[in-house]
Design a protein around this ligand. Structure first.
Ligand SMILES: Nc1nc2c(ncn2[C@@H]2O[C@H](COP(=O)(O)OP(=O)(O)OP(=O)(O)O)[C@@H](O)[C@H]2O)c(=O)[nH]1
Ligand SMILES: [Mg+2]
Length: 201
């Protein structure tokens, strides 16, 4: 692994009002606005961080969750290295829509291998007392839909926000390492003209 900084694009998707902009702003500027406006289209912010000895510039793309802005957000999905599927634990509908967000992303990002693409699921607003989605239910959805990591966050209280973005980086690095391993396997395979190279790709 080299020590040079890696630029990673992560994209926040989820229903309008679940707290995507609040999570991004909490992470990058450490601010929270209790009366945030809906996003129109997309916005992005960068933050440098170090994860497991790797220096990364995280480019966080925050999208508009409202249906009427669909055509403004989907052109920005391509090239994303990780997708953060976000819902609010006090809004059941936002949880039920996770599958639609996942499908929309796979389609417009033109993901070739959805099984291996790094998704991370965030249940936001855990500071709220009245939940409509339990931790167990959300974990079960993640297990069934691709064994995705699940994190519960609060942009308001700054709970697990940094952890969530770091997890996104870890997921991308894990896929990258797997690919490097595969490519190395093929190189050895070609040089030795043997058929015993890596079979993971
Ligand atoms: N209590 C609480 N409120 C939150 C939290 N995160 C966001 N909010 C509030 O929820 C509302 C919507 O948050 P946004 O960050 O604008 O939601 P969004 O997902 O970006 O919405 P769109 O831009 O329409 O897609 C705002 O009033 C926020 O202050 C949280 O963790 N806890
Ligand atoms: Mg927003």
């Amino acid at each position: 692994m080299s020590g040079k900084s890696l630029l990673l694009k992560v994209i926040l998707l989820g229903d309008g009002g679940v707290g995507k902009s609040s999570l991004m702003n909490r992470y990058v500027t450490n601010k929270f606005d209790s009366q945030a406006f809906h996003t129109i289209g997309v916005e992005f912010l960068n933050r440098d961080l170090e994860v497991d000895g790797r220096f990364v510039t995280l480019q966080i793309w925050d999208t508009a969750g409202q249906e009427r802005f669909k055509s403004l957000r989907t052109p920005f999905y391509r090239g994303a290295d990780c997708c953060l599927l976000t819902f609010s634990v006090d809004d059941r509908q936002s949880f039920e829509n996770l599958s639609n967000w996942q499908k929309e992303f796979v389609y417009y990002a033109d993901v070739k291998d959805p099984e291996r693409f790094p998704f991370v699921v965030l249940g936001n607003k855990i500071d709220k007392l009245e939940r409509q989605v339990s931790t167990e239910e959300a974990q079960a959805w993640c297990m069934e839909n691709g064994n995705y990591p699940y994190l519960e966050t609060s942009a308001k209280d700054d709970t697990n926000v940094a952890v969530a973005f770091e997890e996104a980086v870890r997921q991308v690095l894990a896929v990258e390492e797997q690919l490097e391993h595969c490519m190395l396997g093929h190189t050895i395979d070609l040089q030795s003209s043997s058929k015993s190279g890596s079979s993971c790709c």
